[in-house]
Design a binder for this molecule. Structure first.
Ligand SMILES: NC(=O)c1ccc[n+]([C@@H]2O[C@H](COP(=O)([O-])OP(=O)(O)OC[C@H]3O[C@@H](n4cnc5c(N)ncnc54)[C@H](OP(=O)(O)O)[C@@H]3O)[C@@H](O)[C@H]2O)c1
Ligand SMILES: *[C@@H]1O[C@H](CO)[C@@H](O)[C@H](O)[C@H]1NC(C)=O
Ligand SMILES: *[C@@H]1O[C@H](CO)[C@@H](O)[C@H](O)[C@H]1NC(C)=O
Length: 331
């Protein structure tokens, strides 16, 4: 009995310690401050989750970060919080004040609704002197059947088509600013997808998990086709999966009230924090290690293999051609 009790106690204590260690002894990698000084980075969906954490980390590296978000209020709120966090961190680290005319990073909010081609075009018309990194991060996960302003199924429309148009409209600016980078946030769930060319907007039949997987597979095929097109330009494009991260992505998933505390406990213990989940995005955006690397798939800051379906170049090309027609940039 005593043995059992002490074993239980040890297990609980050990588990608790392990959880605490996960939370507090493994902070996000402290980056070389100033690594991104003078660089302009666009992060889509930067008001929440991974995008917000990515913006925070790039701000630490002193980048000029454009938060490209659909809701100005939510984005301004996130920007204010991030600025305050940064000021506190700098004060704590007794960092010297930023030099005159060379701010230690900057956050700029710009409106971008990826569910509206009109909004994407308007966003790209605002002149930016340079663009060093574009991070296609925003995403919708397993929403009920909805259509974008232009009549596309929401997940395919936002996760793939909106970013497809955005990237194409920003390519000249990226080329002018080369060496420059594009980072695409996909998901391991691409494995359960395929590109259903005969019903891309799922008008015949909507399966929300299939459509998420289809859109994340599209992210990878897009990356590989774009990498091919960008050969020799010094603009690279890579794609990543962040792992399972505690964010607002599950907003459309209904968890029964009684199961919620358990879910919260499990996600607190086993899911990555946004700061941890953002590490691969930040790595691909800023590390010298991936200079010149293009068309690759990453997880935990390492290259990973893809299933054959994500490496089918003819599907990638076909998807590119159809996407051009759908967003109206066919030349
Ligand atoms: N969390 C994970 O476990 C996980 C796993 C694999 C992949 N991912 C990928 O990680 C990326 C970021 O997701 P997250 O987990 O950080 O989720 P999140 O907290 O829900 O953040 C998603 C962001 O996308 C934005 N967004 C949604 N629809 C948009 C639209 N029409 N136009 C512009 N922005 C839009 C959201 O804006 P609002 O706040 O205004 O809605 C929000 O800023 C997604 O691409 C997702 O597929 C996440
Ligand atoms: C929806 O798609 C997923 C895979 O993406 C599959 O596992 C599931 O069985 C599908 N559901 C239905 C009702 O067809
Ligand atoms: C790419 O970068 C290399 C090395 O910096 C440079 O020599 C080359 O001219 C660049 N090419 C283009 C197309 O900018």
């Amino acid at each position: 009995m005593v043995a059992l009790c002490s074993a239980l106690l040890a297990a609980v204590l050990g588990g608790g310690l392990w959880l605490a260690a996960r939370r507090y002894l493994r902070p996000a990698g402290r980056a070389a401050a100033g690594l991104m000084r003078g660089k302009t980075v666009i992060v889509t969906g930067a008001n929440s989750g991974l995008g917000r954490a990515t913006a925070a980390e790039l701000l630490r590296r002193e980048a000029r970060v454009i938060l490209a978000c659909r809701d100005r209020g939510r984005a301004e709120q996130a920007a204010a919080e991030l600025r305050q966090e940064q000021a506190l961190e700098r004060a704590r680290a007794q960092a010297p004040p930023a030099a005159e005319g060379c701010p230690a990073g900057e956050l700029i909010v710009k409106e971008l609704d990826l569910a509206s081609l009109r909004s994407v075009r308007a966003f790209c018309q605002e002149e930016e002197p340079r663009l060093d990194v574009l991070i296609n991060n925003a995403g919708v996960f397993q929403c009920p059947y909805m259509k974008t302003e232009d009549g596309f199924e929401m997940q395919f429309g936002v996760n793939h088509l909106g970013h497809f148009l955005l990237t194409n409209l920003l390519l000249d600016r990226l080329k002018d600013s080369a060496p420059s980078r594009i980072v695409v946030v996909s998901s391991k769930l691409y494995k359960y997808g395929e590109i259903k060319f005969e019903d891309l907007n799922s008008e015949l039949n909507y399966n929300k998990s299939f459509c998420y997987s289809q859109s994340k597979l599209a992210n990878i095929l897009f990356t590989r086709e774009l990498a091919r097109r960008l050969e020799g330009t010094n603009v690279t494009v890579n794609v990543l999966h962040p792992g399972i991260v505690r964010t607002n992505l599950g907003r459309h998933i209904n968890i029964p009230l009684l199961v919620k505390p358990l879910f919260n406990l499990v996600s607190w213990a086993f899911f990555k924090t946004p700061a941890e989940g953002a590490q691969t995005s930040v790595y691909l955006a800023s590390s010298a290690e991936v200079e010149g690397v293009s068309g690759k798939y990453f997880g935990d800051c390492k290259e990973e293999d893809l299933l054959p379906k994500a490496m089918d170049d003819s599907v990638a090309r076909k998807l590119w051609d159809i996407s051009e027609v759908m967003v109206g940039i066919l030349k």
